[in-house]
Design a protein around this ligand. Structure first.
Ligand code: AMP
Ligand code: ZN
Length: 432
């Protein structure tokens, strides 16, 4: 039932002792990076400043912008020779945040994923089909190595190509899959198209679903369509990727591995810790990473700690399903997109006006992104061909920026309503 019983069921007192030791260790490592070396010096802090876990509050927060500004190596705390792998956050082709790992970091991460998958019930005898993108995104290789560590047979299917996914599932009797929730729903329509019933025609019994927000209702819908159990998987590239928090068989919140991450929940306005069990922004500190330790990282994800113990016996606390974000990052088909990226690209295209609107819809289980763009009046009085060419140009430009193909709706100047205050750039109509 447990991958590592001693660690997973360690009593809180010993867990906190372990955390403090690891935190000091992490601070001693972090100081070797350009960024923290400078920050510690400025603030006059070092590993000895931390006498208890509460003293973490003496350390400044780290944000995505800090990571971007010190791109690419400003956070690396070891010699570059000791780095063996790089990953980055999904989305953006520009300056994505990058994270570097040593051999030991990969070993630790792999073990965390094995722990997660084992907890949900995956075993050596399983056939695991990983339907996530392999590459810079962490969901491919991260899960891949974790599953191999358990000893399952891994099918590195990668993302997309739905008919082949279904063929692989049937040919090799896949029992466990890893999939983004919106894709699981889309795939179900392909099953229907092929006149197949995933409940009868496949052997899948477990799915790991994550990398994007989804509701409990959506999870239950996926489970009902496929007849398998779907476990919520949470992670972010800055904290390795998947393997940060994962559901146990009780499916009531995700255990966050506190031997690897120090967890805080803060009020995003005051930046002060909230009371136990209250909702706020998740802040995390790596406790095991050596290549690139990150301290008090503001994830911008909203959740709360579930303070009650879990019936599975694990002592690592649970977080609730992610409620939303404190910034304007959108996640579409598992890809992170900031409205600013769209704005920046649009404004570089001649003929484009100043106003635009992003509309998100969910049609027949498929997420779509439409960008309404105001363009010069002349495009509407001239030849239709010109308007069509502009639409194509905008579509191509945006695709190369955000990696997914948006629908482009060109409209006349002043046709997108302007509010009094901050411009509304996004309308999210996605519902379950
Ligand atoms: P990335 O660094 O590209 O892996 O993106 C990480 C972000 O994806 C997180 O900060 C969350 O906003 C989102 N995310 C990942 N897993 C989940 C999940 N299970 N539920 C909701 N959001 C998630
Ligand atoms: Zn549990």
């Amino acid at each position: 039932m447990y991958w590592e019983k001693d660690v997973e069921t360690i009593d809180r007192k010993n867990l906190e002792k372990l955390q403090l030791k690891k935190l000091k260790n992490t601070l001693n490592k972090a100081v070797n990076s350009y960024y923290y070396g400078k920050a510690f010096k400025e603030k006059g802090i070092n590993a000895n400043s931390v006498k208890s876990l509460k003293d973490i509050q003496k350390i400044p927060f780290t944000t995505k912008d800090d990571l971007r500004e010190h791109w690419p190596y400003g956070f690396v705390a070891v010699s570059k020779d000791d780095l063996v792998r790089m990953h980055s956050s999904s989305g953006t082709t520009g300056r994505a945040t990058v994270v570097f790992h040593t051999t030991n970091d990969i070993t630790v991460w792999t073990n965390l994923l094995a722990r997660c998958m084992y907890m949900a019930g995956m075993r050596k005898s399983d056939v695991f089909q990983n339907m996530m993108t392999y590459g810079l995104f962490t969901g491919g290789l991260g899960f891949h190595y974790g599953a191999e560590k358990i000893g399952a047979l891994v099918i590195p299917a990668g993302s997309g190509n739905s008919k082949r996914q279904i063929q692989l599932m049937m040919d090799f009797a896949t029992t466990v899959i890893h999939v983004i929730p919106s894709y699981a729903l889309h795939l179900s329509t392909v099953f229907t198209e092929l006149k197949l019933d995933p409940r009868k025609d496949t052997k899948v019994r477990i799915a790991f679903v994550g990398a994007e927000p989804h509701t409990e209702k959506m999870r239950r819908k996926i489970e009902a369509i496929y007849g398998y159990q779907a476990f919520n998987s949470y992670g972010l590239s800055e904290m390795n990727g998947p393997g940060v928090a994962f559901e146990c068989p009780y499916q009531q919140g995700m255990h966050i591995w506190e031997d690897s991450f120090l967890v805080e929940i803060i009020d995003p306005k005051t930046l002060q810790p909230v009371a136990d069990g209250e909702e706020g922004e998740l802040v995390m500190t790596t406790l095991q990473r050596e290549g690139m330790p990150i301290l008090r990282y503001r994830t911008k994800d909203l959740t709360r700690i579930i303070p009650e113990p879990c019936s599975c016996g694990r002592t690592h606390r649970r977080i609730e399903r992610i409620k939303g974000r404190t910034d304007d990052m959108l996640i579409i088909k598992g890809v992170n997109i900031f409205p600013m990226q769209i704005e920046k690209r649009l404004m570089e295209i001649p003929g484009v006006g100043t106003n635009f609107l992003i509309v998100l819809e969910r049609e027949e289980f498929n997420d779509s992104l439409t960008v309404k763009v105001e363009v010069g009046k002349e495009f509407f009085s001239g030849e239709l061909k010109q308007l069509e060419m502009l639409r194509k140009k905008i579509s191509e430009e945006l695709k190369s920026e955000i990696l997914i193909t948006p629908k482009i709706d060109l409209v006349e100047p002043d046709s997108i309503p302007k509010g009094e205050g901050k411009a509304v750039r996004v309308i999210d109509n996605r519902r379950d």
